[in-house]
Design a protein around this ligand. Structure first.
Ligand code: DC
Length: 212
């Protein structure tokens, strides 16, 4: 029997657990996965490398042209500096437009896919079979992010990480172009009180419900 097409959209704020959940869903349903945040991070890193100004939309757009192959193992893509810069460049409509086709093509592949980001359920794949909006309290997210940073051997303080999380939320939710918002038909998954395995099990249960 041919496999039915299954398109899963996973959105949510920084450090909500959406990436871990999206990866686990891709494994569980045997689907390709795209972390769309990496696209914006790659643009941010390209901009930073050529010394461009994140306050200038044209320079940010020029950075998009410098992004061809993205190496997901490039550690620099995961740094806080690049994350913050990504949040800034992603607010530009021209930057978003330039990255649209890549994401839509990935979502349109036969058999389906899992994409995670901020606007998957609302803009990239509004017809997705299942949409999850993964969230957690800012304090829990800051705690998780702090652990990741410390594990990389970098010094950081909870209050600073929390302030960064809050300002990133504000920017991602407050922008005019494709702001971070729960799609009307998305299922909310709050991971504040869930361990990784529990969150994954809850996500699979929500998707299964949509499939049936
Ligand atoms: O998920 P992340 O932390 O890797 O994303 C980095 C930034 O990229 C995030 O702050 C906002 C932006 N982003 C976006 O605007 N749309 C997406 N679909 C994914 C990420």
């Amino acid at each position: 029997m041919a496999k039915r097409s299954l398109l899963i959209a996973v959105d949510g704020p920084a450090a909500s657990g959406k990436g871990t959940i999206a990866k686990a869903l891709a494994r569980h349903y045997d689907l390709p996965h795209m972390d769309t945040g990496l696209l914006y991070r790659a643009v941010a890193l390209a901009l930073w490398r050529f010394g461009g100004d994140a306050g200038n939309e044209f320079e940010a757009l020029r950075a998009v042209e410098g992004v061809h192959q993205i190496d997901p193992d490039d550690e620099e893509l995961r740094t806080e500096t690049v994350g913050k810069l990504a949040s800034r460049v992603s607010a530009y409509p021209a930057v978003r437009a330039a990255l649209l086709d890549r994401q839509r093509l990935f979502a349109a592949q036969k058999g389906g896919a899992v994409l995670d980001g901020r606007d998957i359920g609302t803009v990239i794949a509004p017809d997705a079979t299942a949409k999850l909006f993964v969230t957690a309290s800012p304090e829990v997210r800051a705690e998780r992010r702090l652990k990741e940073i410390l594990a990389r051997g970098v010094t950081a303080h909870f209050e600073d990480v929390l302030a960064d999380i809050r300002s990133r939320d504000e920017r991602d939710k407050g922008r005019d172009a494709a702001p971070l918002v729960q799609a009307d038909d998305a299922d909310l998954l709050d991971t504040s009180d869930l361990g990784v395995e529990e969150a994954i099990a809850a996500a699979i249960a929500l998707v299964d419900k949509r499939i049936s």
